[in-house]
Design a protein around this ligand. Sequence first.
Ligand code: DNO
Length: 400
Amino acid sequence: MAQNIPWLEQTWRWFGPQDPIPLQHIRQAGATGVVTALHHIPNGTVWSVEEIRRRKEEIERAGLRWSVVESVPVHEDIKQAKGDCERYLANYAQSLRNLATCGIKVVCYNFMPLLDWTRTDLAWTLPDGAEALRFDAIEAAVFDLHILKREGAEKSHSPDVIAKAEKLHQRLSTNHLEKLTQTILLGLPGTVEDMTIEEFRAALNQYKEIDSAQLRKNHAAFLRHVVPVAEECGASLCIHPDDPPFSIFGLPRIASTATDLDAILAAVDSPANGITFCSGSLGAHPDNDLPAIFRRVAPRVHFLHLRNVLREANGSFHEAEHLGGSTDMAALMLAIVEELYHRAASGNNTPLPMRPDHGHRMLGDLQHKFYAGYSAIGRLRGLAELRGLELGIRHMLGRK
Ligand code: DNO
């Protein structure tokens, strides 16, 4: 029996030829699959078969497989249901068809307004000298209240955070404030649009009339358009949860909690409408019980991001070791392996792609430059730990 249980496919995010980590190193880390995107193609443009093929062949020449696309980005006109929405929907559908033609069928995306994932510090030093990514609620409030000076921002923060932000703002140097602004607006790896503060203010204005209920409707319209196309070409879409999983800068959220994920899955009830289960994003919300949420949505999970965060009472968090932090990774892995057993029981032996998400910048990597969160050794460590955990749990379950 145990031999027929599908494995987690060990994958690794690669940012393409610009990535300082070559494909060969990914192989050495023990991954067999690559997660990537055609980052050079502007958001909203069709990914041609030719471009997809070229990237795919490059990956295959290194002895790896292009397992997942992360991401085909969703244009703001689709998120806001305005302007050229129809054309962008048609282009999105065409990119899905072209990817499927090339045999690439798992497609991750997000539906976060304006900003992709957001942190306030990309090099937060841990007690052991390694560096982690951090979201600090006070620094985010400094940006919101004192740099962005958003109208109504006081309503988004607790009185305690507001008082601390006020004090911190007085202490911070101009350089620090500038760096904070860049960290938030110039985008983290994978982000498609960088913005200046003026552009961000203008963009926020466009969301004045779009609350979570409206954004959810816009997302459902997106799904109604693209899920049938995915079904037709045998592809699986999987939405990435909001990161962080709560509203920032007054922006609406639709993929932060169990209830949100339920609504997304119900909006178009098809296996092609699935989820990227990101334990790091979901884990930053204190109410999210990760193994429980995983069990609830398990059959519709097409891709896993495994990482851990350590939460603080005021909403701050930093990225902890993969097996440390606030999420019980062993309990989550048990739920995942049980799902693999269920899949096997229904005749599905397809490996489920997972990647160690982010990692500390550590050891010799501290001397080199990487995409923030995507250094080599920290991820290699995460992947090694996760693979060991999976193997151990499978072994124990197999003996029962
Ligand atoms: C961060 C990533 C995100 C993710 C997108 C998916 O490391 O998890 O950038 O790729 O949100 O569209």
